[in-house]
Every structure is written in C-alpha cells, then in structure tokens.
Design a protein around this ligand. Structure first.
Ligand code: NAP
Ligand code: F7E
Length: 341
C-alpha cells in the first residue's frame, strides 16, 4: 500500500518563505494548506496562480478560534509557522501589534496544536526564529548557543515565540523545532527590506525610471543567503527523529556597501555614490550592527548546505527587477532588449 500523503499547514503563505516552502512541499507530494488572513487579501490571487494545488484556509495569528479551526480542518502532520509582522523598522512603530502577532501568535498556534494533538506527539511544528535574537551580538560567529540580546520589538517578540516553542517541546512532548535563520532574500523579497529596495531602485535607475535611492545605515553587516535554499533546511528539521534548534546561515557576512557595489555593477555602474542618499528616516532607534552565522550544526545533522553565493543572489535579484521594471518603461523610451538581462 502506498504511504499516506503527508499534510502540511503553512502560516505566512503569502510571504517570501511561504511561497518557496509551499513549492518545495508540493514537489515532495505533500497536501499543502495555507493560512490566509483578511476578508479580501490582495495576495490571494497571486498564491492561487502560483500554487493551484494549495488549499487556502482563512485565519489570523491574532484569532485563536481561527487557528483551532484550521488545525482541526486540515489534520496536519507538519505545521510551519512562518507568519509574523516581520519588518524590524515597522515593529518600532507598532510594538504592541508586533508582540501580539509575532510573539503571542506563535503561542496561540502552539496551543491549538497541543489541544488537537492531545499528547500523541504526532503533529510536528516549525517556528521561524531569527538571527535578530542575537541583536547586540555577544560573540561572532553566532551559533545555537550564543546568548540572545534582541534590539527591536520584533526581536523581543521572536524571543518570546522561540522560548515558548522550546517550552512546549519540553512540557508537552511536542515535536517542535526552531530554525534560527539569518537573512535570506530572493526576487520574492518584500520591497520594504533593504536588499529588494536596492535591487529594485538599481533597475529603475538603469531604465531611467528613478534618479536616486535613499537609505539609512549603510554600515551594518548581514549574513545574506537565498530563501530557496533556506526552506530546504526548514523541512529537514521536521524530518529528524528528535526536535531541536538549528542556525541556518551562509557563514559569510557582507556590508550594505558591498551589496550596493555588486547590485550597481550588475547594470554596469561602477560608482554608486552619486545615486545613493542617506536619509535619517530610515535609521532605527537601535541597530543590529553585525550578523554572521555559523551553520555547522545544520550541515552536520541535517546535511544542509546553501547553494547560491552572495554575488549570485545579488545578480539574480537585479536581473529579476530589470525584467519587472522594464514593463513600466514608456514604449518610445524602451531600452534595447540586450540590457534587460
Ligand atoms: P514576509 O514575507 O514578511 O511574510 C510574512 C507573512 O506573515 C505574510 O504571509 C503575512 O501575510 C503573514 N502575516 C502577517 N500578519 C499575520 C497575521 N496576523 N495572521 C496571519 N498571517 C500574518 O516574511 P518572510 O521573509 O517570508 O519570513 C517568514 C518568517 O521567517 C517570518 O516569521 C519572519 O519573521 C521569519 N524570518 C525571516 C527571515 C528573512 O530573512 N526573510 C529571517 C529570519 C526569520 P499577509 O500577506 O496577509 O500580510
Ligand atoms: O535591514 C539597514 C537596516 O530591513 C537590513 C527581516 O527579514 O532579517 C530581516 O531583518 C539592514 C539593517 O532586514 C535601509 O538598518 C539601511 O541594518 O533588510 P532589513 P533586517 O532588519 O536585517 C531578519 C533576520 C529578520 O528576521 C527580519 O524578519 O539594512 N538599512 N537602509 C535599511 N533597511 C531597510 N529596510 N531600508 C533602508 O532604507
């Protein structure tokens, strides 16, 4: 008899990681359910077009009964909690909302699973933890054992969600794991994040649609990887016999200056300084200066390796944005197609 089809519930299905993870699970033969919020979510059409095999369920991390309903309806083998207020700068503007969704939202979902699972340990849970937990870093590179010192309401909310996940694992025999993921990007990254803001602006500057780009702190350093690589690690965590916490990172760190160098070079502009302005509006009340992860444990236990290099990631994002933005160039000014790579 063929093994029963596995069932997975993903929160945050409309986000960058939700889309890549859904594609991965569908390709592995899972029946995938996605939680979608709001009475008329503008991203619903996009998800239905990209992922026709996925069934969308209405629910919100702020609404416990919708989570109980979703878990009961889809009877999942695996639940991936990717939903969050995920933009650090926004979390300073709405700290209470961030705490409620990014922090308490994880607790609500854990509790919905605990009630449905009833101590059988059959529903496996993934929590999207983050390198923002390390914040003002105590050591470099950061590992699973590096102490937390979050620097934003987002980081503090994620610390609560992380510790709750560990607590439910230890208290209720739940197969609950946290992926402590360093920054990961892609052509699907939201435009509010610095990488996509840069690659989109670079494309628009190249195409004559925009003159300049305003940014905040250019000195911070991040360990940037490709989101498509990182969802493989999420899945691998839930295939282990024992639940645990893992860092996923590339093991390299780069500054925003270096990101700008590569992004502008990808369209043939060697000196980006005339195009980039610094604007205090994009500075944060507290900054995370340096993130640099050590993925040794994930490599050893999960066999996980990132495949896309930093230069490949930047080029992939710029090329995608050249295509997206070239559709907005008025016809008579359209550049020769040779530059739209
Ligand atoms: P993202 O693109 O910002 O997606 C966030 C998702 O959360 C969206 O689908 C959003 O849905 C959903 N959401 C927001 N509020 C919700 C609510 N009240 N109820 C239900 N869903 C809600 O984030 P991402 O980059 O894919 O990241 C996925 C997860 O990993 C997040 O938890 C993030 O904090 C964490 N993480 C990300 C990174 C990274 O570098 N990308 C690194 C470490 C950890 P709408 O479309 O309805 O807004
Ligand atoms: O900022 C600086 C900014 O917003 C990166 C989320 O996915 O990764 C992400 O959080 C750096 C910061 O990402 C601008 O000050 C300068 O130092 O792209 P970001 P993030 O804050 O690292 C972690 C791991 C997550 O978990 C989060 O969910 O870039 N920066 N100028 C700027 N950042 C933005 N957004 N916009 C600027 O104009």
């Amino acid at each position: 008899m063929a093994p029963a089809q596995k069932r997975a519930l993903i929160t945050g299905i409309t986000g960058q990681d939700g889309l890549y993870l859904s594609e991965l699970l569908v390709s592995k033969g899972y029946q995938v359910f996605g939680l979608i919020r709001g009475q008329n979510n503008p991203k619903r059409d996009m998800v239905e077009r990209l992922l026709p095999a996925v069934e969308l369920l209405e629910g919100d991390l702020g609404d416990m009964s919708s989570l109980v309903g979703a878990v009961n309806y889809c009877q999942p083998d695996e639940v991936y909690n990717l939903a969050a207020i995920s933009f650090v700068a926004f979390s300073f503007k709405q700290p209470e909302h961030t705490g409620n969704i990014t922090g308490l939202g994880a607790l609500r979902l854990l509790d919905a699973i605990r009630i449905a699972d009833n101590g059988r340990g059959q529903i496996r849970f993934y929590q999207a933890s983050t390198s923002e937990l390390f914040g003002k870093v105590r050591e470099t590179p950061q590992t699973e054992l590096t102490p937390f010192h979050p620097r934003s309401p987002y980081g503090v909310a994620k610390a609560y969600a992380h510790h709750m996940t560990v607590n439910y694992r230890e208290s209720y025999n739940m197969h609950a794991s946290c992926g402590i993921l360093f920054n990961h990007e892609s052509p699907r990254r939201g435009h509010e994040f610095v990488t996509r803001k840069i690659t989109s602006a670079v494309a628009r500057i190249k195409l004559g649609l925009q003159d300049s780009l305003s940014l905040g702190n250019l000195d911070s350093k991040r360990d940037w990887g490709f989101a498509g690589d990182y969802v493989r690690g999420m899945w691998a965590m839930l295939q282990q016999d024992e639940p645990d916490d893992y860092v996923l990172a590339t093991g390299e760190t780069h500054s925003i200056h270096e990101f700008l160098d590569l992004a502008f070079a990808a369209v043939g502009i060697e000196d980006w300084k005339p195009y980039v302005k610094q604007d205090p509006r994009f500075m944060r009340p507290a900054e995370v200066d340096l993130l640099h992860g050590d993925p040794t444990k994930a490599k050893k236990v999960l066999g996980w390796e990132p495949e896309v290099s930093f230069p490949e990631l930047v080029t992939m994002m710029v090329e995608n944005d050249l295509q997206v933005e070239s559709t907005k160039v008025p016809r008579q000014f359209a550049p020769p197609t040779s530059i739209v790579r």
